[in-house]
Design a protein around this ligand. Sequence first.
Ligand code: XMP
Length: 516
Amino acid sequence: MSDKNEIVLVLDFGGQYNQLIARRVRECSVYCEVHPGTMDIAKIKAMAPKGIILTGGPQSVYGDGAMLCSPELMNLGIPVLGICYGSQLMAHVLGGEVKPAPKSEYGRTNVHIDEPSSKLFHDVNSDTICWMSHTDYISKLPQGFIKTASSADCPNAAMEDESRNLYAVQFHPEVMHTEEGRKMLQAFVYDVCGCSGDWKMDSFVEKTVRSLRTKIGHGKALCALSGGVDSSVAAVLMSKAIGRQLTCVFVDHGLLRKNEGDEVAAVFGPDGPYDVNFVRIDARERFLKKLEGVTDPEQKRKIIGGEFIHVFEDAAKKIGHVDYLVQGTIYPDVIESGLGNSAKIKSHHNVGGLPDHVDFKEIVEPLRMLFKDEVRSVGRELGIPGYLVDRQPFPGPGLGIRIIGDVTEEKVRIVQEADAIYREEVEKAGAQKDLGQYFAALTNMRSVGVMGDGRTYDYAIVLRAVKTSDFMTAESAQLPWDVLQTVTSRIVNEVKGVNRVLYDCTGKPPATIEFE
Ligand code: XMP
């Protein structure tokens, strides 16, 4: 079996959906990478992709400083699909004409398939809803091309030159609103590019384990395990490859969710199913001390991140000479940090970024080409329990940024208990399925209440639940009222120090998902 997968190349011209195109292609079981639109032709040839997709972009092909490509790209004998700006680019560099459309199209648009025998559309309805977003259009086709689809305001909504395997669509097949978009992308990668669909997570595990073994040989590796999805999957993959040559360091900073430390230890510790060295460092006191009296959110983040590095460095030194540092970097981090810039460690990704001056030979990132949903599939493939693989994101600074104002041991206990009740009830009701993130936070507000016959002056817990796919924007989710009532009643009865429960109805923007 070859260790190299068939690859489709996505050339990025600045479109907002570039990652989505790559994900859709991967969903067709075809491996795919995103590279800058300016990628060198020699490099493209060396990669020998089965197909190339040109993404959308914000520019006009005839505008000043427009990002163009060489016409040679269309003559490599490799199938090309141009999407939106990519379609206009194809027309432009091959001698067609692109100009401002008399009427821009935006949103759901009926597209008529003029050539039902087109390889791209053979399985698509003759009239199909597609997502449009353009102000320019192709007004004249390049030589050799035929029009294959049209809409009311876009006479050339799709074009192709079958003899050269060149295809272009003005709409966005990668977004959900293009109802038959998946079929079109599937047709491109299979019927036009001739891919066989060799991108499967079981073979990913096998191939990666093999290559990690070759790379690391008898060396030692260290993994900072947070208990989050990415670092857990990276750790198990590494352990499968190198067993006891791997040490996982789990720093318990005391700002974790209820029972989280024990859950991580149960999976990775000596009684767990994996053959790894596991070091659990109880640094709770150390962190609480550093945070004493600190109220500014950014300062809290800095303290937690900085302290984490110190604890981790101490552990690394104790373990002795380690050659490799394992990171759970995933593909969106790679793309967002500048396409292929592997050395960058995002502060959001790990707790404040890991030390770069500890003496490691190399950083190993076994998941750096995977999207989150693929990381989860690898996790399932590796038999990691569902509660670790499917868990929602949890910020590195943990409950430190879910306690508004200063952090104390008592406040940590309150928010841990309230959050555990909230998650338990939401899951019991099956209400978590559509949620991007949901948690309890502790406001710094105390108010008057009455319990039994006595007055109370206690804290207010706030519940947050948001729907989001990218975490850049989010809407507040409408949880069933009876679930909220049950949670409220349990929190005020079971969590000492709380007499009021609030629900956050704010979206992002103007709020953020976390409270600090
Ligand atoms: P915000 O609050 O910015 O959160 O809307 C967006 C996403 O980022 C997570 N988040 C963090 N993750 N360190 C992290 O590792 C941080 O300092 C941090 N702040 C926010 C948050 O949980 C959400 O998923």
